[in-house]
Design a protein around this ligand. Structure first.
Ligand code: UT7
Length: 331
């Protein structure tokens, strides 16, 4: 059945914690340097939520408050709130519920989606199904991460990578089928669970003194295999989307890639045949905010977008999870 409506982003707001952790400060914590981090990853600094007693829901709620204000939306008008995160406040209840409570959204339902660094693309694809089916008219999609709570600041191979922040988007239907969410290609491959994970804290290894002593509550990544998979899969799925819709580089206004590593982004852009000015990058300022990185780029560059701009949004992350979305900016 041909859908009669498309899902469009009609508002986007972000929250970034004040504290900025620079490469210079990191170099006093572990044996690393600005030169290594810039040349191997492309990150200069990252925002960190330092304050005790604040988690992902705090940043998400702050972003949602700004979103409701800037879009003139009343909390009671929101049908659903979905939160994409790998760093929920706690295992349960869902961070989506906690955000609803904090901002006074009382007529909605929702839940969390955990898809690693593909959190945004997977959750946006979920949200668009509700919109296309006519099951919701105003959905708030929140992507938020307090990665710093899971980062081992004694492990130089992971601690330069991640940052914190949250983005909230209002997603609504349009009957102009040329705009908004056009198509998606999504994948998972469980082989990735051997290379990027947080061992303890779930049902397999509940917290014990041993899990804490062995530092099993932190992110563990084997960078090289993840890098190899990320380069090939993110480029493949982006080119596949171009081929599927007969798009040439001239047809694409922007590639909005997950911000994990400048070298992965460059490789993806090159495979797609795109010039540098069409590849949007802000990893230098924010680091890798997992599933929040793509919406952070959308928020950061939104003033450059024009109605009808064709974009490919591509991500790769823990799981492995990966995919691409074909989207046309709608305002
Ligand atoms: O977002 C979710 C998906 N994640 C990704 O896409 C991340 C994919 N992986 C990567 O981006 C890269 O693999 C990293 C940035 C994590 C690491 O870069 P790499 O070029 O793969 O470095 P490596 O792990 O092969 O390490 C090369 C060298 C090693 O030293 P030796 O053995 O050659 O003497 C490391 O010990 O660099 C060393 N090293 C560091 N040196 C200075 C590792 N981390 C650091 C550091 N500072 N922070």
């Amino acid at each position: 059945m041909e859908t009669e409506r498309r899902a469009v982003i009609t508002g986007i707001e972000a929250f970034l914690p004040d504290y900025i952790l620079t490469n210079e400060e990191l170099s006093t914590m572990v044996d690393t340097s600005d030169e290594w981090i810039m040349s191997r990853i492309g990150i200069k600094q990252r925002h960190i939520l330092k304050e005790d007693g604040l988690g992902t829901s705090y940043m998400g709620a702050e972003a949602v408050k700004k979103l409701l204000k800037s879009t003139g939306t009343k909390p009671e008008e929101v049908d659903m709130l979905i939160c994409a995160t790998v760093s929920p406040d706690m295992l349960f209840p869902a961070t989506a519920n906690i955000i609803c409570d904090k901002v006074g959204i009382l007529n909605a339902w929702g839940y969390d989606i955990n898809a690693g660094c593909s959190g945004f693309i997977f959750s946006f694809d979920t949200v668009r199904s509700f919109i296309e089916l006519g099951r919701a008219r105003k959905i708030v999609l929140v992507c938020g991460e307090r990665m710093s709570g899971m980062v081992d600041y004694q492990d130089r191979s992971t601690c330069p990578i991640f940052g914190d922040g949250a983005v909230a988007m209002l997603i609504e239907p349009t009957t102009d089928l040329s705009l908004g969410f056009q198509d998606s290609i999504m994948h998972v491959d469980g082989i990735g669970r051997h290379y990027l994970y947080q061992t303890a804290g779930g049902s397999l290894y509940p917290p014990t003194q041993k899990t804490v002593a062995e530092r099993l509550h932190y992110i563990h990544q084997e960078g090289q295999p993840v890098f190899k998979y990320a380069v090939s899969r993110m480029a493949d799925v982006s080119v596949e989307m171009m081929d599927k819709h007969n798009l040439t580089p001239d047809d694409i206004a922007f590639l909005i890639p997950h911000q994990a590593n400048l070298r992965i982004i460059d490789a993806t852009g090159r495979r797609m045949g795109l010039p540098n000015e069409k590849i949007l990058i802000n990893i230098e300022k924010f680091g890798n905010i997992a599933g929040t990185s793509i919406p952070m780029v959308l928020w950061d560059f939104k003033d450059r977008f024009k109605k009808g701009d064709t974009m490919i949004l591509s991500a790769f992350g823990a799981g492995f999870t990966w995919g691409s979305i074909l989207y046309r900016w709608a305002y």
